[in-house]
Every structure is written in structure tokens, then in C-alpha cells.
Ligand binder design. Sequence first.
Ligand SMILES: CC(=O)N[C@H]1[C@@H](OP(=O)(O)OP(=O)(O)OC[C@H]2O[C@@H](n3ccc(=O)[nH]c3=O)[C@H](O)[C@@H]2O)O[C@H](CO)[C@@H](O)[C@@H]1O[C@H](C)C(=O)N[C@@H](C)C(=O)N[C@H](CCC(=O)O)C(=O)O
Ligand SMILES: Nc1ncnc2c1ncn2[C@@H]1O[C@H](COP(=O)(O)OP(=O)(O)OP(=O)(O)O)[C@@H](O)[C@H]1O
Ligand SMILES: N[C@H](CCC[C@H](N)C(=O)O)C(=O)O
Ligand SMILES: [Mg+2]
Length: 480
Amino acid sequence: MPFALTELLKGAGAPTVPAIEVEGINSDSRAIGRGEAFFALPGTRVHGDGFAAQAVGRGASVMISDRQPEADPGIPVVLVEDVRAAYAQAAARQFAPQPDVSVAVTGTNGKSSIVSFVRQIWDACGIAAASLGTVGVETRAGIRPRELTTSDALSLHRDLGELRAEGIGHIAMEASSQGLDQRRVDGIRFNAVAFTNLSRDHLDYHRDMDTYRDAKLRLFTDLIAEGGAAVVNADDPEHMPFLFAALDRGATLMTVGKEGAFLELTEIRNEGYSQRVIGRMVGEPVSFLLPLTGAFQVNNAAVALALAVATGAPADKAVKALEQLQGAKGRLELVAEHNGAAIFVDYSHKPVALETALESLRPYAGGKLRLVFGCGGDRDKGKRPIMGDVAERLADDVIVTDDNPRTEDAATIRAEILAAVPKALEVGDRRKAIETGIARLEPGDVLLIAGKGHEDYQIIGTTKHHFSDHEVVLETLKGL
Ligand SMILES: CC(=O)N[C@H]1[C@@H](OP(=O)(O)OP(=O)(O)OC[C@H]2O[C@@H](n3ccc(=O)[nH]c3=O)[C@H](O)[C@@H]2O)O[C@H](CO)[C@@H](O)[C@@H]1O[C@H](C)C(=O)N[C@@H](C)C(=O)N[C@H](CCC(=O)O)C(=O)O
Ligand SMILES: Nc1ncnc2c1ncn2[C@@H]1O[C@H](COP(=O)(O)OP(=O)(O)OP(=O)(O)O)[C@@H](O)[C@H]1O
Ligand SMILES: N[C@H](CCC[C@H](N)C(=O)O)C(=O)O
Ligand SMILES: [Mg+2]
């Protein structure tokens, strides 16, 4: 079905738009189809206008850009100020309608867990829902894996259009800092948004912590729907700018945490690997048993509860649903118990996440708290010694191994970590590292295998090899 270009570019600020119809849009000259509009995006490596000739060769009928191309591409060129934002709006219009209710979560840690929790709460309240993020697009029917945490605008809106066609009216999605910076979600106005916490991540992409925070703030300053709600984890020391941005926007503010006004957490007690949570919801006493390990999961559940209630879940049913929550795959997940010791897999690949995971498990380690971890290649190098230091301070026994070395030299990555954790043993091969960690277990110990969580691959060079921490644990135990 063709689309009027004037419609797709409404509000994009183009001085003139030719009165033509296009078959769709694309920003990739290698994938664009005949009769489609080529959006030349300013990339992190190159500007898309350098690929105009290829796009035209494949049949692109018009080019949208933020600058006049050096060579005449032979098709009309429409200039707009923010071509990434225009691309997101056009994608939303091409795949309209999208689900009626959408919420988004930003913050350094907890996003995947929270979007999964929101989906589970909606589901328990009889609301057909999906979550979108690092683990993929998830519905009651299963998971469709995706490449990025926040998909690019075109794939995102294609997914949203499909979900709506399947009868799904509610979606909860992760808004990564890169995704927000690159306007990938600008085609959506969110009924509710949430901030979890802020700590070091992605400093290979963002210049510094201020730029990183500003990218996340866009969700609050630019993307809340009129009359929408903003959920803020008031326990995080960095929450203030988010709170003020929400107030500035006139959003309904819902704070959660020890100082929370929507959900005030007064007491958390471990009951086995579950947690008894006591608090007040909008002033009324509330108590529930959260079947998840780690105090951080209580904050995640609180944020999810607020998002679900803000978007129509009845409060009493939503609280009940928390008692049935399943953790997102690979988020402080108890994978097995062996020789009186517990083995957890966790997606902590950032300093604060690793710190949180180790602190959460410490109370369960009657014996030693053991750790197997590594750091990714082609990612922020600065976090390696910081994570080494976390391991040195908070774990009793450490094995440093590989975690997606990508195109870097794996031994160099390990050395950068090991410099800060001299007590560690170095075992590059991740399978051997896990086997060694398990062989060392004594009754009362806890083993944390960190960094990969749900991932089922090890990327060496540019090749993805199948690898799952879960599988290796179970295979190792079977062989004993
Ligand atoms: C660094 C980064 O974020 N890159 C993303 C970005 O690409 P880019 O701007 O760097 O693109 P570029 O290579 O400079 O090319 C510029 C333009 O030319 C076009 N092009 C390029 C080559 C060509 O032959 N023809 C052509 O048309 C490209 O399609 C693009 O539009 O925009 C692309 C389209 O949206 C993304 O696919 C790509 O994600 C890459 C694959 C990536 O790895 N991103 C990671 C770092 C990421 O975004 N991660 C976050 C957070 C993870 C988390 O914390 O959970 C995520 O949301 O997943
Ligand atoms: N609220 C939290 N506070 C601190 N650490 C957390 C919190 N929630 C999760 N974590 C830690 O961060 C890891 C990643 O959690 P999760 O996948 O939910 O976050 P995310 O924000 O989606 O991360 P990513 O940006 O990698 O997709 C967990 O495995 C856990 O170690
Ligand atoms: N989405 C994140 C996850 C990293 C997970 C860790 N296993 C690694 O490879 O560093 C990224 O691509 O930076
Ligand atoms: Mg995530």
C-alpha cells in the first residue's frame, strides 16, 4: 500500500515535500526496496548520504536528509532538520496502528527485568501484552529474539504493527541510551515512563556521564504522552533530574522506594530465596512475597507495579501478580544446586550490576562466594579494572574468563581485569572456567557466573559460537 510522502513527513519541518507516493521507507541502502524513500541518517561511523547511489540503484524514489548531498543522486532530495526523528515518525505512520498503550523504561540496570514484570502483571490482569528489549519481543506465545535492546525505528514499528494485528494492545519496552540518542523510539508517545538508576555504562558511545544521563532524560523531557505518568525510583541518588523533568512535563509523578510516595518500601526480609516485602501503597499498608532473590528485584518489581497500575491494571490484582513473578532469564537466576552449594547465572556486565549481584548473594554464602566472569571486547575498556576491583572486594574466589571478546585480543581483556584482581585464577575458555568453578564448590558456597545472562553465544572475532552458561552448568553437573 503506497503512502503519501507529505503524510509520512508531516511535522518534520521540511520546507517543501514533493507530492509523490512511496512504497515505504528505509535507511539502509543495502536493504531498500523499489519505490521506497531513502532516509540518509548521520551515523556514528558514516553519513548515509554516501550510499545514495546504491539506494538509487535499488530503486529508491526520493531521499530525505539533513544536508545537501555532494553529488546529485538523480532523485528528489528533501531536507529536514532532524532526519533520525523524521525517520522514526515516518516508520510509525507506515506501520500504524500500533498498540494503544505503551510504557518505556530507562536506566542503567533493571530495564529487561522491569519490562518482563510489567508484561507479567498485565497478563495476570487479563490484558494482552508484550515486552520488547534485550531478550527480544516476548508475548504469552514466546520470545522472538532481536539484535538490539531498543530496535531501530523501522524494525520497532514493524514489530508494533504486527503485535497490534495479533490483538496486543499493551507494550512495555526498554529505552536504551543509544536508542534514545538515535531517536529510535521517537515515533511513540508513552502513556508511562520509568527511571530505574544511573551508573557507568556505554562510555565508549557517550562522551561522559552527563551526555549519558541527558540521553536517558529524553524519555522524560520529550517522549511522555500528554497526561502520562512518570515512575521514578527515588532510592537512586541520580533520580532528581528525572523527577524534575517529569514535573516540568506536567506528568503524574509516581515515586517508589524507601522514600516512595506511590509505593513506600518499609521492610524487606529474606524468606529462603524469596523476599517478604512490607510497605505502603498510596498510604495504605501492603505486603507481598516476591519469589525472587536480591533486594534490587524489589525496586524493579515496585517500578513495574507502578507502571502497570498507571496503565489500567487494578492495584489489588497487580500486587497479587507480584507473588507469581518469574525473573527475566539469566537475571540472578538459580540454575542448579550441587554439593550443598547454589549456582546462579546473572547478566551483570557492568560494575554496579556486578556489585549488586555479589552483595545480593552474600547473605546466602554460608561458605565462600565464588565468581566466574569476564568483560566484552569492543566495549567500554574503562569498566574492566573497575569490575576487577569489585570482584577483588566482594568475592572470596574469582575466575576471570572470556565474555564475547569480539575483535579484541581475549588475553589482553583478561589482563586488564586481572590487574585489579590479583587473587583471581585466569581460565580463558569459558566452559573450562565454569567447570573449574563448579569443581571448587563446597557445601554452603555460592557460585555466581556473571556477564552473559540469557545470551546463548560467545562472539569470537565476528563469529557467533553457540554458548550458554545455563547449558554448560547442567552439562557439567551431569558429567560429575
Ligand atoms: C553504535 C550504534 O548504536 N550503531 C547503531 C546505528 O548505526 P550507525 O549510526 O553507527 O550507522 P553507520 O554504520 O554509521 O551508518 C550510517 C547510516 O548509513 C547506512 N548505511 C551504512 C552502510 C551501507 O552500506 N549502507 C547504508 O545505507 C546505515 O544503515 C545508517 O543508516 O544505527 C543502526 C540502525 O539503527 C544500528 O543498527 C546500529 O547498532 C549497532 C549494530 C550496535 O551494535 N548498537 C549497540 C551498541 C546498541 O545500540 N546497543 C544498545 C544498548 C544495549 C544495552 O545496554 O542493552 C541497544 O539498544 O541495543
Ligand atoms: N535495579 C537494579 N539495581 C542494580 N542492579 C540491577 C538492578 N536490576 C538488575 N540489576 C543487575 O543488572 C543486571 C541486568 O539486569 P537487566 O537485564 O534487568 O537490566 P538492563 O537495564 O536491561 O540491562 P541491559 O542494559 O544490559 O539490557 C542484572 O543481571 C543484575 O545483576
Ligand atoms: N547489549 C550489551 C550487552 C553486553 C553483554 C556482555 N556479555 C558483553 O558482551 O559485553 C552490549 O552489547 O554492550
Ligand atoms: Mg536490557
